[in-house]
Design a protein around this ligand. Structure first.
Ligand code: ZN
Length: 411
């Protein structure tokens, strides 16, 4: 099927006819034929100020941005008709504007001290004009993937949909409903979960539930845990596997296990812990890929190591300490480096020579056939490394060539 787009004018009075906004059943309008908030739409996030701007625009008869409806089709591609045999629609873009306008007509929004009801009573001609306001609507028809690709494009202008919101559109079903209840509402269980005393899961995760950041994060963690391919343009393997499930218990249990593990290993909370890749680390821990590292110790020992590292003047990051605790790699610690003044001094003292290249100093061969280097061809190196207590001080500095600095273990 090729994608078709048909420009139409829809009167506000027709949009409002049959308008229902209910917690349980979602939002419908246009004689009951338009699904204004299908399951995949983002939550209603316009501020009141923006709602008022929409209504003012309508009252003054100025145009609103074009809205996009899609002809509703079932899995087999057949049109979904209403009881009278009319085609039905899903609102693809324009949810906020549509709901703002309908809620105004529903007397739920006050603008300039007036509800729509007041306008109808005092100036019925203006009320009629508002009802005759014409919305510019593009009605489009195509396959799910065509519509999604297009939806992605038209959304660039407004509040863009997140990647997770687009994925949610592809995997509608009971599993998604249950997962969103847990992960995607303000104050949801996923955010409120207690990790240690006084600290909730939301202190450990970036983003906000309502923009689907938690769901997105945990989906990527669990895909890694189960060895599934990472999400891509083609979709999300975990969501595809579970779309038909009746519950989202598995992903909830996994999420709780990750955060319980974090709580069992880190007894003190520090602000740098927010947004770290906890799930990926939990997965590696479970796969026994972190053996021999500090993370294998108990919470008291780990806390003592963290305090020691924070107190170490050579360590210039707090965030990186957590990564170091996991995999033991010093590169995460942003260890101090020698400043230019010290490096220049040592460079001159060494007569521009690398101790590993120069036979007279190190007794090694010349890998590049060079004995004297430009300053910019050399790097500052700790004679006694940090791991053995070496400090970033002049008496612990040597200048070595870039090649040898990159082949430290060969020196
Ligand atoms: Zn060298």
């Amino acid at each position: 099927m090729a994608m078709t787009v048909t420009p139409s004018q829809i009167k506000l009075r027709d949009l409002f006819d049959g308008y229902v906004n209910s917690e349980e059943d979602g939002v419908v309008g246009y004689h009951g034929r338009l699904d204004i908030r299908p399951k995949y739409q983002r939550e209603f996030i316009y501020a009141d100020k923006e709602q008022v701007a929409v209504i003012e625009t309508i009252k003054q008869g100025f145009p609103l941005n074009t809205m996009y409806w899609a002809i509703a089709r079932d899995e087999k591609g057949e049109k979904i008709l209403d009881a009278d045999g009319n085609e039905t629609y899903e609102l693809m873009d324009g949810q906020q504007r549509t709901i703002s306008a309908c809620e105004f007509l529903n007397n739920h929004i006050v603008v300039n001290f007036q509800k729509f009801f007041n306008i109808q009573k005092s100036t019925p001609d203006i009320a009629e004009k508002i009802l005759d306001y014409e919305l510019q609507v593009y009605i489009c028809d195509g396959t799910v993937s065509e519509k999604l690709a297009w939806f992605k494009t038209i959304n660039i202008a407004g509040k863009p949909l997140t990647e997770q919101e687009l994925l949610n559109a592809q995997y509608v079903g009971e599993w998604l409903t249950k997962a969103k209840e847990y992960f995607s509402k303000t104050g949801c269980n996923a955010a409120e979960l207690m990790v240690i005393r006084g600290k909730k899961a939301s202190d450990y995760l970036n983003g906000s539930p309502i923009r689907q950041d938690y769901l997105s994060t945990v989906l990527q963690w669990i895909a890694d845990y189960q060895g599934l391919p990472a999400r891509s343009e083609d979709g999300d393997a975990y969501m595809a596997n579970h779309q038909g499930d009746e519950t989202a218990t598995e992903i909830k249990n996994y999420y709780v296990a990750v955060l319980e593990w974090v709580g069992s290993k880190f007894k003190t909370y520090r602000k740098e812990m927010k947004g770290l890749p906890w799930g990926y680390w939990y997965n590696k821990f479970q796969r026994n890929e972190l053996a021999n590292n500090i993370i294998m110790k108990n919470a008291d020992e780990i806390e003592a190591e963290i305090q020691k590292l924070i107190g170490d003047d050579e360590v210039e990051t707090v965030k990186g300490i957590y990564e170091y605790i996991m995999d033991g790699e010093e590169k995460h610690l942003s260890l101090r480096t020698f400043d230019d003044k010290i490096k220049r001094k040592i460079y001159e003292k060494q007569n521009h020579k690398c101790p590993y290249c120069d036979k007279s100093i190190g007794g090694h061969t010349y890998p590049q056939g060079v004995t004297e280097y430009d300053y910019k061809e050399m790097e500052g190196d700790h004679i006694v490394p940090w791991s053995q207590g070496g400090k970033t001080e002049e008496n612990n500095c040597q200048m070595i060539c870039k090649w040898h600095n990159g082949h430290k273990s060969d020196n």
